[in-house]
Design a protein around this ligand. Structure first.
Ligand code: PMP
Length: 284
């Protein structure tokens, strides 16, 4: 595989980042994952806009202009012959001369790394047909979840807790309400209304979330952006998650309780179809 590091396309075995890189030492960095369908990037503009925002919140600048970023994405997709999969991008504050909590000065260049992941069959996954099981866990992350940082240890622990419980993922709960999944936004459907938590610093502002809510409203579906509890979710007709790499994925069980008929519901299925169709059309 060919990867991109600071201006160069190199074989993955030759890619190097300093041991003093602040991404490595302080998780001082942000990332984006853009999916690829039919060799095209899905919602690149949305991911680039969120990257700019994440960087801004951390007083970092875009390491390259957006058009160059697009060229790098496209070049990696081309070189690595990605038909279905993802492009992962990470920007860190770079390698300062020594380990110091304070941010280094402007003279330290940010580190920009991108690589591809080939996932044949991504759009036609068995999980989408069967639905997934989730458990609930406390949300023990930091308070700025709207910034897409690389501090992913707690979400990683959450996935392991889910695995140990025989489930696929975990929904995190704070002050009695669901925030989001470990790497996705969470939704329920009751009497035809789609409910998902409102935007704020408590959740990541999903690019897929924005697209799916737009498509839902265009299709005259009712949408409520508000917090909901695990009990409300267990009593819902349907549940699902969204993310760039899973699109729309039905949830059929929460903490051992079957949701609705215990099978993927019509709203989640329809939203998945619309999302995939529209995304393929708009891919660049
Ligand atoms: N929430 C969290 C915590 C995530 O990690 C992700 C995926 N990175 C999402 C939501 C979904 O965001 P997107 O639709 O932009 O992939």
């Amino acid at each position: 595989r060919t990867v991109y590091v600071n201006g160069q396309f190199v074989p993955e075995g030759e890619a190097k980042v300093s041991v003093f890189d602040r991404g490595f030492l302080f998780a001082d960095g942000v990332y984006e994952v853009t999916s690829v369908l039919g060799g095209k990037l899905i919602d690149f503009a949305g991911h680039a806009a969120r990257l700019r925002r994440s960087l801004g919140e951390l007083e970092m600048r875009m390491p390259v202009e957006e058009d160059e970023l697009l060229d790098i994405h496209r070049e990696l997709v081309r070189i690595n012959e990605i038909d279905e999969g993802m492009v992962y991008l990470q920007v860190t504050r770079g390698a300062a001369a020594d380990r110091d909590f304070a941010y280094p000065g402007e003279e330290v260049e940010p580190t920009l790394v991108l690589f591809t992941q080939s996932k044949p069959g991504l759009a036609d996954s068995p999980a989408a047909r069967a639905g997934i099981k989730v458990i609930s866990i406390p949300d023990a992350r930091w308070g700025r979840r709207d910034i897409k940082t690389v501090q992913l240890l707690y979400p990683s622990m959450g996935k392991m807790m889910a695995k140990a419980a025989g489930a696929d993922d975990a929904w995190m709960v704070e002050d009695g309400a669901v925030t989001e999944g470990t790497s996705n936004n969470a939704y329920i459907v009751k009497d035809g209304t789609i409910v998902t938590r409102q935007l704020g610093t408590e959740i990541l502002h999903g690019i897929t979330r924005a697209a799916v809510l737009r498509f839902a409203r265009e299709a005259q579906m009712k949408v409520e952006e508000r917090a909901f509890t695990i009990e409300e979710a267990q009593a819902a007709d349907e549940a699902f998650i969204t993310s760039a790499s899973t699109f729309v994925l039905p949830v059929v069980e929460i903490d051992g309780t079957a949701i609705g008929a215990g099978a993927p519901g019509p709203v989640a299925k329809r939203l998945r179809e619309i999302y995939l169709e529209e995304s393929r059309k708009a891919g660049i």
